[in-house]
Design a protein around this ligand. Structure first.
Ligand code: NAP
Length: 334
């Protein structure tokens, strides 16, 4: 098992992975053309993953291709899918992040600094040309209790810049960065358990598209179960559900999906249904899969982690096995 580390650019968030190996189910195949022009050789060879190709001092100038609101009217806040054209010059692997440097200066007069966003597409991009990357960004607003209104002076600079961008706009980019959230491609029998709150879904969209939507060599070899747990406020705030439903239909044995709608459902104790409560409903199975080698990823609000730790601990106690320290120390190394 291996640990991970939280992203320094998201001090309130967590992105990590628990490692193992297992899985029995057979991935489905199809006769469609292969998506393989950006594969390593062999495809799971990670020795040449691009890392920090562009740095803050010499950023890449990307071009916005599209900005689309992807949540319904009753969602809490606005979340956008933003496709960026990199002309094939800023390749990345699924699970990596791009940095964006918003224009303007900070209060101290110095230029704004880079913000990291997990890439929400595969290396091929949504148009499968290898020329684009997709970000999933929630517009950060600040509700001022005194004004009893949003205070525009305290809104998120970069998320608002991105959500307000128009096709053709240029943006300064860094990266790609990160090697923590990569897929275990050299062991395609490994189960993948993905836990997200809100826009923490971003890296998993890349994972799931690589596994099931695109005809990649990893997708062809995959024999495990990919299980997505997503927590959002309500049904209007669900992210990319239109993409998950056809995959569920086409791959019922290899893809599973569970939602925690915090403002529409309650947990067993009558409180908000948070993602840790949903994972807890499957505690035994999740634990067994981890024991057999599943990788478990977390991305989103750090607040979910204590619940996950407690859940693993209580399964250990129930099973009267002394593994809790092993599991919890993994989770604490974020
Ligand atoms: P959000 O909409 O604020 O929250 C998503 C869900 O999490 C809601 O149902 C919320 O419930 C629930 N939640 C709140 N506190 C929780 C807790 N303690 N435990 C479990 N669930 C809890 O999420 P978001 O604004 O999209 O933000 C998600 C986080 O992911 C952000 O911190 C973001 O920085 C991070 N992230 C983003 C990316 C990216 O590339 N975009 C990548 C990595 C991480 P209620 O609101 O009903 O309480």
């Amino acid at each position: 098992m291996g640990g991970g580390s939280s992203d320094p650019w998201f001090p309130d968030t967590v992105a990590t992975v628990l490692v193992d190996k297992s899985g029995l189910l057979q991935a489905e195949q199809s006769g469609e053309p292969k998506q393989d022009f950006l594969e390593a050789s062999p495809y799971y060879d990670m020795s040449n993953i691009p890392v920090n190709t562009y740095k803050a001092k010499t950023p890449f100038m990307g071009k916005v291709k599209s900005v689309k609101r992807i949540v319904g009217p009753e969602a809490t806040g606005e979340t956008c899918d933003i496709v960026i054209d990199h002309g094939g010059k800023m390749p990345y692997w699924e699970g990596q992040s791009y940095g964006v440097i918003p224009p303007g200066v900070k209060d101290n007069g110095k230029p704004n600094t880079v913000r990291l966003y997990s890439i929400a597409s595969t290396r091929y991009g949504d148009d499968m040309t290898g020329n684009t990357g997709t970000l999933c960004v929630r517009r950060a607003t600040y509700w001022c209790p005194e004004l009893k209104a949003d205070d525009p002076a305290k809104k998120g600079i970069c998320s608002n810049f991105l959500c307000d961008a128009k096709a053709g706009d240029e943006l300064k980019m860094t990266g790609p960065s990160g090697k923590v959230m990569l897929l275990p491609e050299s062991a395609p029998e490994t189960d993948i358990i993905m836990v997200a709150t809100g826009t923490g879904i971003a890296p998993y969209r890349g994972f799931i598209r690589r596994l099931f939507t695109e005809k990649t060599p990893y997708g062809e070899d995959f024999k495990g179960v990919a299980w997505l747990f997503l927590g959002v406020a309500n049904s209007d705030a669900l992210l990319y559900d239109n993409e998950w439903q056809p995959i569920l239909k086409a791959h019922p044995k290899n893809f599973r999906l569970d939602y925690a709608l915090s403002r529409e459902a309650t947990n067993a104790k009558g409180g908000k249904m948070y993602i840790q409560d949903k994972v807890e409903e499957y505690a035994d199975e999740v634990f067994e899969r981890l024991e057999k080698g599943a990788h478990m990823y977390f991305c989103g609000l750090k607040g979910m982690m204590p619940g996950i730790q407690d859940m693993l601990k209580s399964v250990c106690e129930k099973k009267e096995i002394d593994r809790s320290e092993e599991h919890t120390s993994e989770l604490q190394s974020l």
